[in-house]
Design a protein around this ligand. Sequence first.
Ligand SMILES: Nc1ncnc2c1ncn2[C@@H]1O[C@H](COP(=O)(O)OP(=O)(O)O)[C@@H](O)[C@H]1O
Ligand SMILES: [Mg+2]
Length: 529
Amino acid sequence: MWASTRTVSLQGAVGHVVDVQVDVSQGQIATNLVGRADASINEARDRCRAAIENSDYRWPTSRRITILLSPADLPKRGPHFDLAIAVGVLAAGDVEFPPGALDDVVLIGELTLDGRLRCVPGVLPMAMSASARGINRVIVPEPQINEAALVPGVEAYGARSLRQVVALLTGAEVVPEAPPVEPPTGQLLLSWRGEARLEDVDLVDVLGMEDARFALEVAATGGHHMLLTGPKGAGKTTLAERLPTILPDLSPEESLELTAIHSLCGALPSATPVLTRPPFRAPHHSASRAGILGGGSGRVRPGEVSKAHLGVLFLDEFPLLPSDVVEALRQPLESGEITIARGDEDATYPAAGMLVLAANPCPCGEYHPYRRDNRCTCGEVKRREYRRKLSGPIADRIDITRFVEPVKKHELRDKLARPESSAAVLARVTRARQRQRARYDGTPWRLNAHVPGPLLRESWPLDEAATQRLDKEVYGGQLTRRGATRVHRLSWSVADLRGLAKPGLDELEVALRLRSATPLDLAMIGGAA
Ligand SMILES: Nc1ncnc2c1ncn2[C@@H]1O[C@H](COP(=O)(O)OP(=O)(O)O)[C@@H](O)[C@H]1O
Ligand SMILES: [Mg+2]
């Protein structure tokens, strides 16, 4: 007897539909699992057998069972293969399914020993890959039904147990059962709650700092990476934490993309699974390498860089991060994705968030280059070592660098100066982003920061005078080619904020200053408002 069922194997964020073929025949009694399965799938044999027997079905003990996972050369991991394997064994054995009932349905779920279905990570990206392959019916653990149903066109069915799944597939009446197995509420949910603190912040609380505020607005507009340096207490953290307040909501397809990544980290909350706001992730510099970049023992999980996809990854006190983590950030900075190598397998996850770095001028935070009453106690060698992480490969990939000065006393006392609110800035950013969306319509890009350099130069050049000026900077050695591309993108963001058809010399000048940490003149900032 022979049967086949379908499930999905995830490799990084990419899913492949996998056929589970089960053959039950006479011969030497054994259960063989073939097709590059990882340890957790090999354990599925034992779990499935217990689940089948405890659900009052029969495991074909006196036969030879061969389970083939194909395509065979694709590595397969995760406990969610249980359901497809168990149903396959039943179909090849005693249970009669209507013809075709198993053909166009994807089965996802881990089984407990007593035959109940347990939630698994990655249900959303799995449902997305099933749908991409033209399979629009999925059966998932009951608490994850909303997660699967987020995919347009997908019919999601939730079940609590193997018995209920069999009933669904045979068209029998589904009997109510014991409560479903609760999804593991892990760190993910807790950290979401933690962000509630950031919901009350607003740019209206930030006094002075016109230069840095404007830079933040440009960064939000085009999705540019940014570095804030300055003495302790200057307001770097205060400013960076307010960046999400000026980022527009995600579009429906962006929501799905981000939610899929979070789904890989664990089951999403069943009531409101979809994430519609750009994420803001701020891991501490002592967080583990796997926590920040992705990886981990056992199953590979996306790290903070990927959870910050389409939003903000804020690395405060950046130079205190370990050097190997700093090195590894080069890839996401450049390409918007991160590849985690593990054994014979690579996993690639999206990581196209804005990177915002903050750094004190030295480990103690008191160093001031121009002031005579310098209270820094670090010493030149320590200071230089600390700052080395800010130069070189990372600095070259950062679009905007700002030196933040502490607000002056008179600015703090000035009752007439009323800072702009986040809502006012958000309105400008939203308009500027609409301009980009219209311009890049029909391409895979939505933000200036993501458009490849060659295409940008060819299709959306600066005006004549600005192009000549930028070329001069490159030939004069003040800018690398990579630097020039970044300045070009920044010029577009400034032009989009100003509502211009094309960036000219003025916009280029602002971009050059933003890139080279040169303070802006007040007149340049006024141009945006
Ligand atoms: N421009 C500013 N307007 C209002 N408050 C400020 C400003 N700059 C700093 N502060 C206040 O000073 C404190 C230290 O700021 P913080 O952002 O932590 O500095 P940094 O991260 O640069 O060390 C915070 O409590 C913040 O509210
Ligand atoms: Mg700080």
